[in-house]
Structures are given as C-alpha cells and as structure tokens.
Design a protein. Structure first.
Length: 148
C-alpha cells in the first residue's frame, strides 16, 4: 500500500519483531538486502569501520528513493558478515511509513506516538522501552522498542 504525504508517494511497511521490516528480513546477506530494497530505490553499500578486531566485517546499505532530489537515505540497513541484516532504520520524512500491528511508528508527532505506544503496550501486555538517543550518528534521536 502506498499513500501521499507532501510531495512524494511513500510505501507502507510493517514491522514484525525478530522477523524484519517491509521486504527486509533480519539475517539477510548484503546482496539479498540490495535486491529486496530495489522496490524503494537505489542502494549504496559501504564498509563500516571496525573499531575492534573482534567484530566481523559490517556494511551499511543506504537506500535512496527513485526520482527524489538528493536527500537523506529513505532506509539505512546494517549487515554483518556473521549474522546478516541486524538493524533497519527508516527515515521519518523520506522513508516508508512503518507500522507495528496497525500502530504507525514513523512520521508522526512524537507525543502522540508515545501515548499510543504506551496504550498499545498496556492493552496487549507487552513491554515498552523508549530512549531519546539515536544509534547511527550518536546525536539525539528517538528509539522505541515494543517486545512481547
């Protein structure tokens, strides 16, 4: 399903815990991520710096929307040689709309999201964790995790 928000049409992806987001499945290889991401746009694969020798080689796959002027990646995926795809970050403005069990997770007012997520967690008897720090840049961002 796709819908319009502003100028560009955006896809709607669902999040499944321990499974994946949209067409991306945790455990995929770099080639599988690139192939699956083709539905959204063009990909750019780069190596992630290895700060410690104990970590396996890891790649960052940036997916940019087709036909959109230069902009931040719509989706950024991280793939380890050992475990495959382990992290998926959808840009709230340029990326697909992501929902979990009908609960929209991106591109909405943070206070509404937080309120809806807490209500969902209470109604479904799941755990809810929210932090105010982003993982990719080390800058302030947002992360929300719902776990059964």
């Amino acid at each position: 399903m796709a819908f319009k928000t502003g100028v560009a049409e955006r896809d709607e992806w669902s999040y499944s815990p321990a499974v994946g987001v949209g067409p991306l499945r945790f455990g995929m290889t770099v080639d599988e991520v690139v192939e699956a991401a083709e539905i959204l746009g063009q990909t750019k694969v780069s190596d992630c710096a290895r700060d410690h020798a104990i970590f396996s080689p890891t790649w960052k796959v940036e997916v940019h929307r087709r036909g959109v002027a230069p902009s931040p990646p719509a989706v950024t995926a991280y793939v380890s040689q050992v475990v495959g795809l382990f992290c998926i970050a959808a840009d709230a403005v340029h990326g697909p709309q992501v929902a979990y069990d009908g609960l929209p997770l991106v591109g909405r007012d943070l206070s509404e999201l937080e309120s809806d997520a807490i209500a969902y967690a209470e109604a479904m008897d799941v755990h809810f964790r929210y932090t105010g720090y982003g993982r990719d840049t080390g800058q302030r961002g947002n992360e929300m995790i719902l776990k059964p």
